[in-house]
Design a protein around this ligand. Structure first.
Ligand code: ADP
Length: 245
């Protein structure tokens, strides 16, 4: 059997004396899946993402990502895990404004010990793949929101993580730029990238994911595969040959 990318088993998390933010949540994500996590504000989406990303630990249950028991990692182990196993993108990009686009993208590779030249080549390859190579020497504050999110995606992928996590990636973008980012995630998924995206954006959930998981009050209340992607699966050639731009 193929190892899942994410395996959550009965994961619970509560903060201080509040009600549980997650209650016995179980979720399996297989390689190549694109999953949207939907739910109202306060339902536990960020808590779930933080546990998968190794930014937080559950009170009960297990979190396994690409074979790593994330819930058992200490601080150093979690840092190493995040560098090698997950790429993250956020609503507000979190780019470093005093570094060029290339240096932003290459930074996680350098931190992981990749030599400077090799890290730069990998960054250049990703910038080209994502259609922003002309901005390689630009600083992020000169770019549009959509372009910044592309840079953030390139940075997230620089260490070839098995999992891309996205937290409201279109939340700060206008409709056109949001669609652009959504198309980019769809194309990356068609190339085999496993993606989990937390979003309020139903259009994003519909267009770039094949599976929608709903959370309410810390519980997983729904898990549905979409028709759109079921039909894509019939013609994988057509999807694979799409240009990633
Ligand atoms: P969502 O991402 O769906 O908006 P969250 O996972 O952020 O939901 O929050 C789930 C619940 O946990 C909410 O009731 C929220 O107030 C609470 N919560 C989240 N983070 C913390 C924290 N660091 N300390 C205390 N309570 C928190």
């Amino acid at each position: 059997m193929i190892m899942p990318v994410i395996e959550l088993r009965e994961v619970s998390r509560r903060y201080d004396d509040g009600p549980p933010a997650l209650r016995e949540a179980s979720l399996t994500v297989r390689p190549g899946e694109a999953v949207a996590i939907l739910g109202p504000s306060g339902s536990g989406k960020s808590t779930l993402l933080n546990l998968i990303a190794g930014l937080d630990r559950p009170d009960a249950g297990t979190v396994t990502v690409d074979g790593v028991r994330v819930d058992l990692l200490g601080e150093a182990g979690a840092a190493l895990y995040r560098r090698s196993k997950v790429g993250m993108i956020f609503q507000f990009f979190h780019l470093l404004d005093d570094l060029t686009v290339t240096d932003n993208v290459a930074l996680p590779a350098r931190l992981a010990g990749t030599a400077g030249g090799k890290a730069d080549r990998r960054a250049a390859e990703l910038l080209e793949l994502l259609g922003i190579d002309r901005h390689a020497r630009t600083y992020p504050n000169r770019l549009s929101g959509g372009e910044r999110q592309r840079v953030a995606v390139a940075r997230a992928l620089v260490n070839r993580p098995p999992l891309l996590l996205a937290d409201e990636p279109t939340g700060a973008l206008d409709t056109a730029a949001g669609q652009d980012v959504s198309d980019m995630l769809t194309d990356l998924n068609a190339e085999g990238q496993t993606i989990v995206v937390v979003t309020h954006d139903l259009a994003l959930a519909r267009s770039c994911t094949e599976r929608t998981v709903r959370i309410a009050d810390g519980r997983i209340t729904g898990d549905v595969r979409s028709q759109a992607v079921a039909s894509q699966a019939v013609a994988p050639q057509a999807v694979a040959s799409q240009d990633v731009r």
